[in-house]
Design a protein around this ligand. Structure first.
Ligand code: PAF
Length: 291
């Protein structure tokens, strides 16, 4: 909406650094789609932005590496940060506003009040990364308050994050439509992720076992939960003996809304989710299934 008509060249996104700057722009943006990101934008983000453009007058992309969602021994310090490259992606994709606040702007003092994911934040990613989802929900809530979007888009690649955000929006009665974007994969099957840049060529080769395992599980969907998990596990058992090895954190078939493990006789929609470490890099992936 801040851009010119379709006939004229697309104008560069406006950069806002503070909530006040955003508030000044908001009345001109119309129906807004927000794509929250931590930068290091890849084709998955491009696809979310494109979907946002289809469903709203304006797209706001936020770029903020959120310290609250990283554990003390995680990669907050080395997380890739390249504002110019990210801005160029936003410009190419027709983003209207890039919101890139500093940590001081986002967290001006001690963050005493946070948003709790409840029991959904205690399983899988939440169990492996204590406090992670409270950090995600708190920053997403702040972004919602600052941007006032009508729609917010998140990748299905972070399926538990998407489910927890959907639940927050429902349980806290937020007037926002949450949309999930299908996982985008590179040609070799690896799910696109900002963390893929950490992988050496050998590690990347080993990491392909994650998508192979999910594919194997999906192919076995007629065999029910035990058959699905068994087929995927066989691939990961072999990958555990590869060089470098794939060190499995979890492989589980869950209910897509609650993220609790499904029973052996379950029928309906499910998500087969995997997390593993290859070298120093922790990777997650998943595939939605119908049993
Ligand atoms: O998925 C991400 O990049 C982050 O978790 C998010 C949603 C931008 C919150 O910091």
């Amino acid at each position: 909406m801040l851009t010119e008509s379709a006939a004229s060249p697309r104008t560069a996104p406006v950069v806002a650094r503070t909530p006040e700057e955003l508030a000044g722009l908001r009345p001109r943006l119309g129906h807004v789609a927000l794509v929250p990101t931590m930068g290091a934008l890849h084709i998955g983000h491009r696809s979310l932005i494109a979907t946002g453009r289809e469903h709203a007058d304006s797209v706001v992309a936020s770029i903020f590496v959120n310290p609250l969602q990283f554990g003390p021994n995680e990669d907050y310090g080395r997380y890739p940060r390249d504002f110019d490259a990210d801005f160029a992606v936003c410009a190419e994709e027709g983003v209207d506003v890039v919101y890139a606040p500093s940590v001081e702007v986002m967290y001006p003092g001690e963050q005493i009040v946070t948003v709790s994911p409840g029991r959904m934040g205690e399983v899988l990613e939440g169990a492996s990364r204590p406090g992670h989802f409270a950090g995600v929900l708190t920053v997403v809530n702040k972004l919602f308050n600052m941007v006032q979007p009508d729609i917010a888009l998140f990748g299905q690649k972070d399926a538990q994050q998407l489910a927890v955000i959907r639940r927050m929006v429902r349980d806290l009665s937020m007037p926002i439509t949450v949309m999930g974007g299908a996982t985008v994969r590179d040609a070799d099957g690896l799910a696109t992720s900002s963390r893929n840049v950490y992988l050496s060529p050998d590690e990347r080769e080993s990491a392909l076992a994650l998508s192979r395992a999910l594919l194997s599980g999906a192919d076995a969907s007629a065999r029910g939960p035990v058959g699905i998990v068994g087929a995927a596990r066989a691939v990961l058992d072999e990958a555990a003996r590869a060089t470098p090895p794939v060190e499995l954190d979890y492989l589980v078939l869950v209910d897509p809304q609650s993220f609790t493990e499904v029973a052996d006789d379950y029928r309906g929609d499910a998500v087969l989710a995997v997390a593993a470490r290859v070298g120093a890099t922790r990777l997650i992936d998943n595939v939605p299934l119908t049993l």
